[in-house]
Design a protein around this ligand. Structure first.
Ligand code: BG6
Ligand code: MG
Length: 222
């Protein structure tokens, strides 16, 4: 039986994945790397330094910079990202999410956060949603990023639950892979062709209701 929900943040709870994309796009332009929708999708859920590596690799520039220079570029992206976050408020919460969080609390489900973003505490504060996520995985303590199961496994652990008692919610392909290999039930939010490995797929957060999840699962699982 499901007892907890482990949430991704960017692109699931808030509309911040577009800010991440914008900031990486700016940096890719500066580095002379061709931006594409595919690249934007492949960057979803990927940690800051791994994202930079992927951008450099896409442009065949993975050997062009020292570690120090790479850290400088990653810091620059984060400065751009923080600039985009300025003034962000509850209006950036994706549609249906506030109601969904309320109903999860009403039904006594436990909630945790499994975001790769080091900015997630700040984002939750700005959205006014920090009170829902007292349990968070700190991404700076992880050995491996998504698609490795570590982050979603820890998301269940911090709730004192077994993986099979948890549903993970993700908008990134690597995130869905992480949920699945952690042994949790996966909900993918977005294009079903990209998130084809998700146990349950919703094209929009507006479809994220306990009723719809119940319908998509085997009888009695929720
Ligand atoms: C993920 C985002 O949640 O966090 C990625 O999907 C982002 O786009 C990653 O790169 C790391 O975020 P941050 O805020 O630590 O640079
Ligand atoms: Mg995401």
């Amino acid at each position: 039986n499901i007892k907890g929900f482990v949430f991704d943040l960017d692109g699931v709870i808030a509309d911040t994945s577009v800010y991440h994309s914008k900031a990486w796009h700016q940096l890719a332009d500066e580095l002379g790397v061709q931006w594409s929708e595919d690249l934007a999708n492949n960057l979803k859920g990927v940690s800051r330094m791994d994202s930079l590596e992927l951008i450099l690799k896409t442009g065949g520039k993975e050997n062009d910079y020292t570690q120090e220079e790479k850290e400088k570029y990653a810091a620059k992206k984060n400065t751009n990202y923080l600039e985009l976050l300025k003034g962000m408020n509850a209006s950036a919460i994706l549609p249906g999410i506030s109601d969904f969080l309320t109903s999860l609390e009403e039904h006594d489900y436990k909630l945790s956060l499994a975001s790769a973003s080091k900015n997630s505490p700040l984002v939750l504060e700005q959205l006014g949603l920090a009170q829902y996520f007292k349990e968070k995985v700190d991404p700076s303590t992880l050995k491996h990023g998504k698609p490795d199961p570590e982050i979603f496994a820890r998301g269940a652990e911090v709730l004192g639950l077994k993986p099979e008692e948890c549903i993970g919610i993700e908008d990134a392909k690597v995130g869905v892979e992480s949920i699945n290999s952690a042994g949790e039930t996966s909900i993918g939010i977005g294009d079903p062709n990209i998130l084809n490995e998700a146990d349950i797929n919703f094209t929009s957060t507006t479809d994220l209701t306990l009723n719809n999840i119940q319908k998509a699962m085997e009888v009695g699982q929720l």
